[in-house]
Design a protein around this ligand. Structure first.
Ligand code: NDP
Length: 328
């Protein structure tokens, strides 16, 4: 089995030299265990943030994959079945089955299994939960999402459209902005090329914003807070513009804005909802919407496990439209 390990903790932006490929022989599975082969891996922004807290130098990088059972000594798991696992950046692994999540038996032939790591997996569910539990948008309201062309953003924006909102999205290239228009966003802009974020936000919605699905933080967050309407709701899903900072940024202090506009701003982490009914509800709804064509998905596939660090770094640099996936 091959694995990618962390040579040293990331300082600033992750670099190829921070990763090392190792290979080791796996023992045969014991009674109660199964041997799995990874087919797709997910690369996600949380890996940049949590590697420091959860990993030691030399550890295998964390992450999830879609994997197929190739040997089973556990009657509950049949050879050939696919599961979502959380076994890190590794090609083959042994599991006692406790952490494996089955792909629904009704998985449609027409859909790639990699969607279990994207639109129908953690990122899609994150969009669904942050939008419903925190933003709670009403028809006719204005919904803003940044990093909008990514795994979570594309889904959050499209759900907000289903809810009858006017949807505004920002992304880091003109191609991404075009894609957002194709999937139904009402107003879009390239945050890298506009001369002023304040002006771009005002132009996209002169009346301001009722809901803000925050994924970027930093200067974008400061500008967006200024444009909130009274009683606006802000779901703080991420702050990717701040993940590489070794020294925290200091910015404008937002307390008066939150107070006088009577805003509600709430952070949430998807892990808290993993075993809650809303997780399955989200997956069910998202599958329905995808099959009805109401939610479109896009994947940015990097081929080859050996290219996984490059795929991860590429995602952090914005190379992906939709979900960044590594394919074996
Ligand atoms: P994406 O698919 O959106 O990929 C990351 C994107 O971030 C890049 O494509 C890039 O797009 C953008 N980006 C990178 N650096 C910057 C920057 N300095 N300023 C603005 N944008 C930047 O990733 P996900 O959809 O998986 O995640 C999106 C956000 O949601 C992240 O903040 C992540 O941490 C968070 N998240 C939170 C979860 C939770 O439980 N709360 C769960 C899952 C994700 P561009 O070209 O537009 O710059």
């Amino acid at each position: 089995s091959k694995s990618w390990t962390l040579v040293r903790h990331f300082e600033g932006a992750p670099k190829l030299e921070d990763f090392k490929l190792i290979e080791k022989e796996l023992p045969p599975p014991k009674d109660g265990e199964v041997l799995l082969e990874s087919e797709f891996w997910s690369v996600d922004p949380y890996m940049r943030v949590y590697s420091k807290k959860s990993l030691k130098e030399g550890d295998v990088l964390m992450g999830s994959q879609v994997a197929r059972v190739i040997k089973s000594k556990n009657p509950a798991f049949a050879v050939g079945d696919y599961y979502v696992a959380r076994s890190g950046w590794t090609t083959y692994f042994i599991s006692d089955g406790k952490e494996l999540r089955a792909l629904p038996s009704s998985w449609p032939e027409s859909l790639p299994r990699s969607l279990a790591l994207g639109a129908l997996g953690m990122p899609g569910v994150t969009a669904y939960i942050g939008l419903h539990l925190i933003c709670n948008p009403k028809p006719g309201e204005v919904f803003l999402v940044n990093s909008a062309a990514g795994a979570v953003g594309t889904i959050a924006g499209q759900i907000a459209k289903i809810k009858g909102c006017k949807v505004v999205g920002s992304a880091g290239s003109d191609e991404k902005v075009e894609y957002l228009k194709e999937i139904g966003f009402d107003e879009t802009f390239n945050y890298k090329t506009v001369s002023s974020l304040d002006e771009a936000l005002k132009k996209a919605s002169p009346e301001g914003y009722d809901c803000y699905f925050e994924q970027v933080g930093g200067k974008f967050g400061d500008a967006a807070l200024q444009q909130m309407k009274d009683f606006g709701r802000i779901a703080v899903c991420g702050c990717i513009s701040m993940y590489n900072d070794s020294i925290p940024q200091t910015g404008p202090y937002v307390h008066p804005l939150i107070l006088f506009k009577q805003l509600r701003m709430e952070g949430f982490l998807i892990f808290r909802y993993e075993n809650k009914p809303i997780y399955e509800e989200a997956q069910k709804k998202l599958l329905e919407w995808i099959l009805e064509g109401k939610v479109k998905y896009h994947e940015h596939i990097t081929n080859g496990f050996e290219n996984m660090p490059a795929g991860f770094i590429g995602m952090l640099n914005g190379e992906n439209t939709g979900k960044a996936i590594i394919k074996a």
